[in-house]
Each structure stands twice: as C-alpha cells, then as structure tokens.
Design a protein around this ligand. Sequence first.
Ligand SMILES: [Zn+2]
Ligand SMILES: [Zn+2]
Length: 140
Amino acid sequence: MPDSRVPATSDPQAFELGGTSQLRQCGIPCPACRAEMVFCELGTNEFAGCVSCKGMMFQQPVFARVSQRLRNQAQLPKLIPSPMDARELKVRRRCPTCGGRLETHAFCGPGNAIIDTCFPCGVIFLDAGELTKLVQAAGK
Ligand SMILES: [Zn+2]
Ligand SMILES: [Zn+2]
C-alpha cells in the first residue's frame, strides 16, 4: 500500500495527504513565498497549491469538507499535538486575491495548527504540514 505520508518535497506534483497537481497555474501568488500557485486536487476537492513551499489554499466550504472527511478516515496515527508555536501567530501575510490582511489564528479544534484566513474572500491558507497536523490531532 503506498504511503501517502512520503515527504511532499520529493515530487512537485504531490501534496500532503494524497493531494495532486497537474501543475496548471492558477494565477494566484502564494501568500507565503509569492510563487505562482497551481490547481490541485485532493480526492474530488480542488485547492490551490504552491509547488515551491507546498502551502495549500482552500475555499472555506471545501476546507470544511476536506478536513472532516480526512479526520473521519482516521487512518493516520493520532498524535498528541505539539505546543503551538506562538511565533507563527506573528507572521503577517496578505490575501493573494484581495490584498487584505490574512487573519492568522489557531485552528478551532485540536491540533494547534496555525491557519491563515481571509474572511471576506472565504479562503484558508495552510502552510506545508498544517493539514496533516489537523488530521492527525487526537480529539474531536
Ligand atoms: Zn509558497
Ligand atoms: Zn481576500
């Protein structure tokens, strides 16, 4: 059985938790590193991914579906969340769509992952590794 946790950096088309990309550019710069993001899929859900830093950007309703589904699968080992890194909360980024400031906050739920949200646009940006953290977190 293939291991979906192979480090994503080895393949530009591979993203976390089985996400894949055809490397078709979507014209949106990555909020973290400014590289142009590409259209990606995770199952039947679309997201924009950054080939360079492996950040992932979701529409809010898509993100809700994806995180719920992945957590329900529960095939990943559950981990006790590591303490949140408060420094991450100080990173200020701009929304690549509207130019407004992304709200950086802890994901409401277990996992202590830091996510960036643009509420007016309804998009969520996750740094590489954050989605895995959310899914692996023990608890409900
Ligand atoms: Zn990036
Ligand atoms: Zn925005």
